[in-house]
Design a protein around this ligand. Sequence first.
Ligand code: ATP
Length: 234
Amino acid sequence: MTEDILTVEDLAVSYGRVQAVRGVSFTVPRGALVTLVGANGAGKTSIINAVSGVVRPSSGRVTFQGKDITRAPAHKLVRQGLVQVPEGRQILASLTIEENLQLGGWHTSGGRTEEVYDRFPVLRERRRLLAGSLSGGEQQMLAIGRALVAEPSLMLLDEPSMGLAPKVVDEVFRVIQEIRAAGTSVLLVEQNARRALRAADHGYVLASGEVARSGPGAELLADDAIVAAYLGLE
Ligand code: ATP
């Protein structure tokens, strides 16, 4: 039996009267890459933010490494190994690249910075430059690097390909696969459903805050009815 690093049961998230997530359940097996896909507004960001402690779910249960973490604050979860790469990267443009990486490892000895530089040599070359001087793709690598410094056992990525040129998107997906191959479990939220499902072991298609379909990524992609109904013509 595969152990699940993350279990989400019957999760609901509301913003006032807006019910963004309505009873969503899914699991991330340890070592797997699982993706949540769906149209704009389907509830993907709300789910990932509820898992990482950025928003409070109105009901449901989130279990990480066997512990109930529902409503645990984000900084506590980072210490436990659950680290998010937020939508829009949210790097600190007026700090240097090195300072951004050091912030990612605030709770560690910071020993992972060299490993991140080995993975992203461009960040090492420019370590003393302001993060705001990087291109969009490089900023995404910095955001991923900042999460890696925190030594995650589960990395949550929210729309890492957003706004990037196709060649850069390829690189982002290559990096995500490498992180997974090195043993980190990954929960990936993407509007770029085809790319995400191709990369994922398992996918969940969300529509209006609910899981509409789920299955192995390749199977979902091969189903013309699912592609036509939920994934559109990307
Ligand atoms: P996107 O790709 O646009 O981020 P998404 O699938 O991630 O979409 P969410 O951002 O989770 O979806 O949004 C789900 C629903 O909740 C949408 O109807 C959205 O308008 C609403 N919503 C999200 N955040 C808030 C908020 N802070 N206040 C009110 N409504 C919100």
